[in-house]
Design a protein around this ligand. Sequence first.
Ligand code: GLN
Length: 485
Amino acid sequence: MELNQLTIHELQEKIKNNSVTATQITESVFSRIDAVEERVHSYIRLMKEDALAAAAKADVDIKKGNIKPLTGIPIALKDIVCTKGITTTCGSRILHNFVPPYNSTVVEKLRSAGAIFIGKANMDEFAMGSSTETSYFGPTRNPWDLERIPGGSSGGSAAAVAADECIASIGSDTGGSIRQPAALCGIVGMKPTYGRVSRFGLIAFASSLDQIGPFTKDVEDCAIMMNIIAGYDPKESTSVNAEVPDYRQFIGRDIKSWKIGIPKEYFIEGVDPEVNAAIKKAIRVIEQSGGQCVEISLPHTQYCVATYYIIAPAEASSNLARYDGVKYGFRAADVRELLEMYKITRMQGFGSEVKRRIMIGTYALSAGYYDAYYKKASQVRALIKHDFDEAFKPCDVILTPTTPTPAFKIGEKTDDPLQMYLSDVFTISTNLAGIPGISVPCGFTSRGLPIGVQFLAGHFEEGKLIQIASAYEKNAKIEKRRPTL
Ligand code: GLN
């Protein structure tokens, strides 16, 4: 196996016993990038020089025995997290030249843990999308089938891990943008509890729903990444000051006598038969692992997508008001007066999906419609959260498919926003309720496309997710395949 194909924990071992250097690992990642990036397009920006310099420094530290949890480990960052002195575009023309003067907290934490940053990963513009096709910088392709989408909005971060163009990566999840691409690319992706990971320096889409989380090659790596990025941040007002357990301790524990809820509303028409079969098989694996699966109900499931597509655009319309060409980012040329500058900057700076969201959100918040849309959606959101509160009374975790279908073709849903929105039916409710979720590979379709199973737990119970995901990963023995690029 090449170094770039290994997991964080495998590389940690090799670094500790001096059998590899950080420079060798980083070089192997960049030689993979040289070989496949032109076809996959995981990245908006590569940081090769900085990465090799950081690797050389890491090698000095390693020689001194100063080894931190991510020393020498190449990590990719979704281009939505601010990196000091390094262009951060959010996949948009309006920020194509934005160089943040500060680092996001997640970047600071990873850097302090020794991570080597490889590049800024491609994404749907402002994280609005499920396919990475709305990026101003062009689409990312699914490493398992280059004709297909990798999922979104964190498609670049997911594809980079799946294609071994980095060891692990960071994404953000507002309605499924970590879990859905993780499922479609055959890797592990976790959305932590709202408030668990600081959003300081995360470019805002829908602030009451956004969370940062990791993409990794296995569950143990997910625990390692969570150990680093989770925790209270005084710079972020919704960050929660609660103890962070060592997530690694949940690896390898059994799930005997756990109750696993299977929501009947998630086994609906429209779910691909091969996805359905893979999930049924996952349920059997959980039962063979000692878990007891019980049918539960989340009665407001059918309202999740509609509720989300009021709340998320409403928050987005407010958050995106700051992009007006005045202080930073793109500014339209050849304009005569201020109002015209605002208008033309926004007209040229935003893509059509972002404009659609701004219009929906502005409408939903406008006088006369606020009560009918935004207020109503907020009330339904409370009911959706209540569904989960009730469901978790008898259950430890909930098991669902992550996505209704495997990866679809590039262009297949771009003309039909509703179809695109429906690819998040199983992930959106998690964000509305603020609870954590993880997607873990659970098999392949007959065409060789990956399928993911999702586990959900109560607030701040990421440890339970690591525990069941690692038990599942161990007992399901999903065939280890790599995309043939
Ligand atoms: N696909 C959903 C949307 O377009 C979710 C995106 C996300 O989680 N950032 O809004």
